[in-house]
Design a protein around this ligand. Structure first.
Ligand code: NAD
Length: 361
């Protein structure tokens, strides 16, 4: 039998490391002197010093080689919220997370950091400065959120001496930044099709948008806080920019920065929400006969028309968290990183193709 390597404090694995957040996390970990393995169903880039393992996290045997001699695992993989596929969410986010925990225990991993989501407490009603002790949503608005709740519970409950694993959950909200395949490309696509003319509601609802480097910073602080007996074990932490912003002002700043007109006309929130609900129900009823996925789901309409911003005081107090990039700078850096999506970009440069997807998760 081959000798097992001893886990090193600076050796970590990022499950979902090919994704938007995952890749930013990998880059920062390398900067900080970590040795990084990436485990993902796809390989989206090459980086010196990173070992890639391709596989499905639901397959424990595929996961184990990526966790060998690793002391710290970040789990930031999930199917995209827009896929709206209940079975897939359940398989990956719930059953797959159970497999990740088992694999960590089997491989002798000491710490597991889950990327959860602030949406686990969101039910479509206003949340203003929500704290981590808010109850989980009893009626989550979509399958993604439903399974993120179960996923977070599994990871937090796994914390303890029983299986030798220390766990913590980071709950970001509205991650944005360079290389995000969702928010800016989707926004620009909608603007080009003339679909960014309307504001849902009165446009005053405050929300969190969090620059990706702040989310990465929160993850690393959470990981480094985990020590035997530490009070952060088994807890969830909101990581935000700590600068709530009007949802529609934020989108408008991105649009105007890229040369597009901001939305101007208002539509009543209850009307749009009611229509979205109707469409969603219709899609559900007709699913056996025809398959169509409405772009405006009740979740997306709710996120666009309600308040949802969260307190990150617990992270400040327990982790020493403070955003490292302010909102204004984050927006500027994001806009600058998409020259090909500018309104005046030559047509040949417009390489991003986007599918029907969401602006938040
Ligand atoms: P992303 O889609 O860019 O990255 C997710 C990665 O997970 C992808 O690379 C994908 O290939 C991988 N993956 C999916 N299923 C897998 C499987 N079965 N096995 C192995 N790998 C698999 O998404 P992201 O925006 O970077 O989100 C990362 C995490 O952050 C997710 O857990 C998401 O729920 C959470 N989150 C995101 C936001 C946001 O605004 N983007 C907000 C809150 C929480």
């Amino acid at each position: 039998m081959a000798a097992r390597l001893r886990p090193s404090n600076k050796r970590c694995a990022v499950i979902g490391g090919s994704g938007f957040l995952g890749r930013h996390l990998v880059e920062k970990l390398l900067d900080r002197g970590y040795t990084v393995s990436v485990f993902d169903i796809r390989k989206s880039y090459e980086l010196p010093g990173v070992a890639f393992y391709r596989g499905d996290l639901c397959d424990q045997q595929a996961l184990l080689p990526a966790l060998e001699a690793v002391s710290l695992v970040f789990h930031c993989a999930s199917p995209a919220p827009a896929c709206d596929d209940r079975e897939l969410f359940k398989r990956v986010n719930i059953d797959g997370t159970r497999t990740v925990i088992q694999a960590c225990t089997e491989a002798g991993v000491q710490k597991l950091v889950l990327t959860s989501s602030a949406s686990v407490v969101y039910e479509g009603r206003d949340i203003k400065n929500g704290k981590e002790d808010l109850a989980y949503a009893k009626k989550p608005l979509d399958f993604y959120t439903e399974t993120k709740i179960e996923q977070e519970k599994l990871v937090l409950e796994a914390c303890g001496p029983g299986n030798g694993l220390l766990t913590v959950a980071v709950r970001p909200h509205g991650i944005f930044g360079p290389r995000d395949p969702q928010l800016v490309p989707v926004l620009v696509d909608m603007a080009r099709r003339g679909r960014m003319t309307f504001i849902i509601g009165d446009g005053t609802n405050l929300v969190d948008f969090t620059f990706v480097e702040n989310v990465v910073h929160g993850h690393i602080l959470a990981a480094e806080s985990l020590q035997p007996g530490s009070s952060t074990c088994g807890k969830a932490y909101h990581i935000t920019n700590d600068e709530p912003v009007r949802f529609w002002d934020f989108l408008s700043e991105l649009l105007v920065g890229l040369g597009y007109k901001p939305p101007r006309y208002h539509l009543p929130y209850p009307l749009v929400y009611g229509l979205a609900l109707l469409l969603w129900l219709l899609a559900l009823i007709l699913r056996p006969l025809v398959s169509f996925k409405p772009t405006f789901t009740p979740m997306r309409v709710a996120l666009a028309g309600t308040y949802h911003y969260y307190s990150c005081d617990r992270a400040k107090r327990d982790l020493g968290y403070k955003p490292v990039v302010g909102l204004k700078e984050g927006i500027q850096r994001t806009v600058q990183s998409y020259p090909h999506l500018r309104r005046d970009a030559p047509v040949e440069a417009r390489r991003d193709q986007v599918g029907p997807t969401g602006l938040f998760n």
